[in-house]
Ligand binder design. Sequence first.
Ligand code: UDX
Length: 422
Amino acid sequence: MKISVIGLGYVGMCQAAGLAKSGHDVIGVDIDKKKIENINNKIPPIYEKGLKELLIDVVPDKLQATNNLKEAVLKTDLSFICVGTPSKKEGSMSMVQLKNVARDIGRAIKQKESKHYVITKSTIVPGTSEEIVIKTIEEHSGKKFPDDFGVGMNPEFLREGTAIIDFFNPDRIVIGSSDKDTVEIAEKIYREFNCAILKTSLKEAEMIKYASNALLATKISFINEIGNICKKYNINTNLVAEGVGLDSRISPKFLRSGIGFGGSCFPKDVNAIVYKATELGYNPRLLRAVLEVNRDQPLKLLEILENHCPLKNKKIGVLGLTFKAGTDDIRESPALNTIKELLMEEAELYIYDPKAMGKVKKIFPHLNYLDSAEKVIKKSEIILILTEWDEFKELDYGKKLVIDGKNVFNHSKPENYEGICW
Ligand code: UDX
């Protein structure tokens, strides 16, 4: 099938490369010219395991990138919308990119004779496909849904760091639409995937994404709360989590306590659904608490640190900056708030991360960035582990105090060690 993928961020890039590998002819669209040039030269615009190899395989025969949205839409049968829906200050989401893309698709399909299909993968609150995507396309194309064009919602569940594996091995595929042609065409695309396909309304598909992320975030805040209680009892949360996770109704996944969740999805999505629910007149108490626990979780690490010594002028090593290992993404990373707090306490920081130092330097330009974890250990009196990079497991920490926010060590722990919840 001929497919355009609009917006080549994490989701769009993996979707475009994955569909191309599955045999479709894909045109990726983005406004960032440098990104397009890189993709067309087989250079991944993001760090994601397996993406480079995939681009080498599919560019240019099956995947090409352009900034010409109109041409891409006219040359293809179906467009996936994968643009960002970033948080605004109050917690709601910005729809600017989505509206612009829907407008441009509308203008493009005005000239198109055959029925064009538009499927959103961006995370959008229930009602957005109907109120923004369909209405905007109708307004700018002069055409009518569902006779002249199709609209669907197909939420993504890709985890950064394993997004390519996740693309080819989904647990389920959700296709939301009231238009049977759109459902049929989406089913055709995902036919080869060995998983359940759930067909829903547009709003249900939109909500499934929020409910999934909200539940996973809830599991994390839950185990962090249990972990904070375990810490008071001086018992090992990891064993408690193991004992709880062995219950097949619960599962051991997402029961790893630590400094809390970050990334581009969980904080933004839980905030957005809290905001939207409140707007609809419902007070989502549980989800507010999930965010509250998560907001305070990095502070637990600082409490532990302060119990050991005053922080002023203390030489503190920070190992890890990304919100989790396997990515260079620092969005909503708990490490950034921890650094801010430490700076307020006038600690002297030495910092290392294998992937994200360039990005963090732009936010905190005047800190001491060192090019290896060993150098950080040498310079610091106390070491904080804020991302679970494998390389941090193998280091010789000597007798220095290591405070672990990410549950990095399985068996052999540093001599002088304390975990945030264990
Ligand atoms: C998430 C969802 O998993 C994915 O389905 C969705 O499409 C996008 O958001 P991602 O943000 O890449 O993916 O990361 P994920 O692996 O889910 O972890 C999110 C955060 O939770 C990280 O900060 C991670 O360290 C933290 N986490 C995860 C825990 O603290 N404990 C856990 O047990 C699991």
